[in-house]
Design a binder for this molecule. Sequence first.
Ligand code: FES
Length: 256
Amino acid sequence: MTGRTDEQTVRVRPRNPETDGLVPDPVASSLLQPWEVWGQERFDLEMTRVFARSWLLLGDLEDLQEPGDFITAAIGHQPVVVIRQADGSIRGFLNNCRHRASGLAFEPAGNCGKTLTCLYHNWTYSIDGLLVGIPDRQRMYPDGIPTESYGLVPIRVAVGWEKIVFGCLSYKAPSFEEWVAPIMDRWSRYNIQNMSRFDRQLDPVYGINWKVFAENVNDDLHVRFVHNRLNSIRDQLDIQIFQDKRTSRGYKPLND
Ligand code: FES
């Protein structure tokens, strides 16, 4: 997607009969198509194929000091909650009640004490995920209910660099250690474990498709136009940044 005309793949949206009669797609070309960035169907697929199968950064141990301290986050479309346990470990769960799937914890971070209680019908879970309370249990479930089968659904969690909390929804994904191995040496040089967070603004949500952000970070071509006040101090306009021998940033005219 560099604008070069060799090695072109014509990017054509799969036909969807629901859109027949609407304004037609742009003429197919090798350049990025609007639907590739904005299409909901593709976005939903990415949330599962990319995000749900990856180890994602969820938060910071600074918010998980005492038993009952929790942080909330999302992995793809799925809300999750990570809680500091009484034994000092941390555990993560889907942030959904097993009764009618309501969310459980809504604050970006906090302390829930020894239990998490769903606001909807007050099912209560201990911080290790067990279902420990059902209001009107005899009347609601006269034949009994196997509470051991209705605990919170666990997810994989790991702590990187003694500080940063990661989570993963996939049990097929590699271990966290394998996942970060390619960047471990470089990141370890920063001594992240000794850093304190300066800005405690938690969970900002930006109303953009993640691909717009990723595209922009990788797009140096726009800098000379959008940030043109920098032009006088830039040495040249065709800088390439390499990371592990690969081009890290691009989208500019190349000399090759
Ligand atoms: S949805 Fe949580 S108690 Fe009903």
